[in-house]
Design a protein around this ligand. Structure first.
Ligand code: SAM
Length: 272
């Protein structure tokens, strides 16, 4: 299935980073596979970034995007959150179990099954649902609309996901999100890289690692620049899209990053 073998290893890696950052519930999702990947990359050379001031390491870059998304959610106060490609992220438990917000985690069947098995009985709540959908399938547009039914201020998140899809698939997914959000006052949050932004050393290593782990198929092509990202959102049907300003995000590491979290709003477009 699309993306399964390609992105699986990175879900383990990021979950291990969330546990290194001691984020709530992250210890539940730190797997031996995640630890092996993390320390493998670190020993293979990512340590150079980790010890060099001013050079962003991969964990710092991941922390930036994770905290930026948290910040946007805090401000929106959504009544439902749908996270696409949620993987082994700990966020769903915080929002559903601690904050009582409806949270839907979408992923491929094998990941949904693995995630469910890692959540202990005492933390299960009807507020947190795990559903299997292929976000690239033609039926996903309707499936997403059904997941948003009854919500007025939803947030849809794609963290560490869009960058792995080829341009056509990215566009199809963004169109599904825009049409599901259109009748509502919701937002779409996604981290997006562009070529002009450069790449921290750690990202080079992770990309090389993904390539190795997936038999040669690495992450997909980046956008050229911010202008191309704005056009992407516009063409998908969003009314407005802006990269988030990290100065507003208290916990985000202050390091240069190859990616920004974009906050996109559907609805009536403002005149160009
Ligand atoms: C890099 S991981 C990110 C996990 C999580 N968002 C985080 O930041 O910790 C990407 C996730 O996307 C999922 N994925 C890949 N292709 C998918 C698809 N076509 N439909 C649904 N999920 C997909 C993978 O299974 C994986 O869990």
């Amino acid at each position: 299935m699309a993306g399964e073998d390609k992105i699986g290893p990175t879900a383990h890696y990021t979950a291990y980073v969330w546990s290194r950052l001691r984020l709530p519930y992250s210890e539940l999702f730190a797997t031996p596979k995640g630890a092996a990947l993390f320390w493998g990359f670190r020993l293979a050379g990512e340590w150079i970034a980790a010890v060099t001031p001013g050079v962003p390491s991969l964990p710092q870059y991941l922390a930036q995007r994770h905290f930026a998304i948290e910040h946007a959610l805090d401000r929106l106060k959504p009544d439902r959150i749908v996270e696409l490609g949620a993987g082994l992220s700990r966020r769903g438990l915080t929002w559903a179990f601690d904050r009582g917000v409806d949270y839907v985690e979408v992923d491929l069947p094998h990941m949904v099954e693995a995630k469910r098995a890692l959540i202990p009985e005492r933390l299960r709540t009807p507020r947190l649902r795990h559903v299997s959908h292929d976000v690239l399938s033609p039926s996903f547009r309707e499936e997403l609309q059904a997941l948003l039914a009854g919500s007025e201020r939803p947030a849809i998140i794609a963290e560490g996901v869009l960058g792995y899809f080829e341009s056509e698939a990215r566009t199809r997914l963004a169109e599904s999100v825009a049409s599901a959000l259109a009748p509502r006052a919701g937002i779409f949050l996604a981290d997006i890289r562009h070529q002009k932004a450069g790449m921290p050393i750690g990202v080079h290593f992770l990309r090389a690692g993904i390539k190795l782990a997936t038999g040669g198929r690495g992450a997909s092509t980046d956008f050229r620049d911010e202008q191309e990202i704005r056009a992407f959102f516009r063409q998908a049907g969003f009314a407005a899209a802006e990269p988030m300003d990290l100065r507003d995000v208290a916990r985000a590491p202050r390091v240069p990053s190859p990616a920004r979290v974009w906050r996109a709003r559907a609805g009536v477009r403002s005149p160009e």
